[in-house]
Write a protein that binds this ligand. Structure first.
Ligand code: 2BA
Length: 109
């Protein structure tokens, strides 16, 4: 068994959950925050059999659209120096950041 952790944009999450549910994948939705943009995103936990991972990844890929976003400068007064962005930069957001990890045990009591 594997646990898929997929970080996706909030706006893609409902469509993705519906697409996964349509193929009988069970999901848990977590409200998360990206460390760089400090904006909300969604992390889905999907437990599935090893042989289902490729199909699940394809569904995630098909339902996570990638787009570009301009990030305005962030004042060092408003945050810590590590997140200081001195000038506007164009970054790619959306898409999905996915981890597939082995599950040692799975219980439902
Ligand atoms: P954030 O950390 O808010 O990052 C949002 C997007 O900002 C990233 O998209 C990337 O395009 C850009 N970005 C991140 N760090 C950057 C930097 N130091 N300089 C310039 N641009 C930077 P993604 O790479 O697609 O990541 C989307 C979200 O996935 C991330 O949101 C974070 O929540 C998660 N993520 C990405 N890689 C991760 C990792 N290795 N471990 C845990 N979470 C990760």
């Amino acid at each position: 068994m594997k646990l898929i952790l997929a970080v996706v944009e909030d706006k893609d999450s409902n469509r993705l959950i519906d697409a996964l549910g349509g193929k009988d994948y069970k999901t848990t939705k977590l409200s998360t925050t990206g460390g760089f943009l400090k904006e909300g995103n969604t992390t889905l936990m999907i437990g599935c059999q090893d042989e289902s991972v490729d199909e699940a990844l394809a569904i995630i890929k098909d339902n996570s659209s990638q787009r570009e976003q301009m990030v305005a400068p962030i004042s060092p007064m408003g945050g810590n120096a590590d997140s200081y962005i001195p000038q506007p930069i164009n970054i790619e957001v959306g898409g999905a950041t996915v981890f597939v990890v082995p599950v040692e045990s799975f219980y439902q009591f």
